[in-house]
Design a protein around this ligand. Structure first.
Ligand SMILES: C[S@@+](CC[C@H](N)C(=O)[O-])C[C@H]1O[C@@H](n2cnc3c(N)ncnc32)[C@H](O)[C@@H]1O
Length: 320
């Protein structure tokens, strides 16, 4: 299910126009993920300093059986919001098959490459798979509307995707997930935990510069898709720990005073030297904050598995 390309580009142009006109200037993190952005994110997951992917995969591998048992043997549905490369979903799909069970799978991701790669990984497992190249909200709506029969649904929100929402938006998003499922369905939420600032800075401003490339690729994307003339050498990547709000922020900082034309967004944007574009927030949690956030959305924690070394929690919620 692919939306028309022109519609996506028009939305991208409208969002860039609004977000670069706001104070402070910003760009939405979902636009980090075009084909190159998804590949760069996959590379980040392999960096020694970005430990959460390996930690979450290990928790999933260890507890896959307990997780997939939740959806029973027949007519189950798995919906993954922001599937990325699909490596984690494969761990659960293998556990499902080992139990002799099957499920309908819905992949939701704004990046066409993410959907394509996850579909390829799932091919050998012979599951019925539908890809939705869309935002979480639209994909969730489509997946819920396509639901058939009386099987259980398991929604996956992994990789700390929840951390990209600010606190009110994260609560609202969990309520939206709860509204899309039925009592007795499940949400598996993977979330990064608060940890020492230096560990976070290494993870979001790695010594190899892969995260910097991932962040700057947003400007490449604006140049390629909207005809922009951003000079990449005139911006620096920075990662900042905001202790008061418990989040890491990624920004692009203009090295000099400059003007940038973005014809498809019908704008010329001026930057002062040192002015920032805020491109992503990654909120960090305490395990009990995750449980409380679910509870306030009508999701009861059934199990929480924590990697205390890396600082990562996988929480299985049941809709009540
Ligand atoms: C941080 S990556 C995590 C990928 C995967 N869940 C993992 O655990 O490795 C976020 C993924 O969500 C997708 N994504 C980000 N914002 C989105 C949005 N608003 N709607 C749909 N997909 C989104 C991105 O394209 C990307 O594949």
């Amino acid at each position: 299910m692919k939306p028309a390309i022109d519609q996506l580009t028009a939305q991208f142009a409208a969002d860039v126009r609004a977000d670069l006109s706001s104070t402070p200037k910003q760009l939405q993190s979902k636009y980090l993920y075009d084909a190159l952005g998804s590949s760069l994110f996959d590379a980040i997951c392999r960096l020694p300093w970005y430990r959460i992917t390996r930690a979450e995969s290990a928790l999933l591998a260890r507890h896959a059986d307990a997780i997939v048992t939740s959806i029973g043997k027949a007519n189950g549905t798995i919906v993954e919001l922001g599937c990325g490369s699909g490596e984690k979903l494969v761990l659960l799909a293998e556990a499902l098959q080992a139990r002799g069970a099957s499920a309908h799978v819905h992949l939701i991701d704004i990046s066409p490459q993410a959907i394509e790669h996850t579909e390829q990984r799932l091919t050998r497992l012979h599951l019925s798979v539908v890809g939705h190249q869309s935002t979480y909200e639209e994909g969730l709506r489509q997946a819920a509307a396509a639901r058939r029969g009386d099987g259980r649904m398991l929604v996956l929100l992994l990789g700390s995707n929840i951390g990209n929402f600010d606190t009110p938006a994260a609560h609202a998003f969990l309520r939206r997930i709860r509204a899309a499922v039925s009592p007795g369905d499940f949400l598996l939420l993977g979330a990064d935990l608060a940890k020492p600032e230096l560990d976070l800075i290494d993870a979001y401003d790695d010594p190899l510069g892969v995260t910097a490339a991932f962040n700057k690729n947003l400007l490449v994307r604006i140049n390629n898709e909207l005809g922009g003339d951003f000079d990449l050498a005139a911006f620096d990547h920075v990662a900042v720990w905001n202790a008061a709000d418990q989040r890491i922020e990624m920004h692009l900082v203009s090295r000099v005073a400059q003007r940038v034309r973005i014809p498809a967004a019908e704008m010329t944007v001026s930057f002062e030297a040192g002015e920032r574009i805020w491109t992503e927030s990654s909120y960090k949690y305490e395990p009990e904050q995750i449980v409380a956030m679910g509870a306030s959305a009508g999701l009861a924690s059934r199990n929480q598995w924590v990697d205390t070394d890396v600082g990562f929690a996988l929480t299985l919620f049941a809709a009540v």
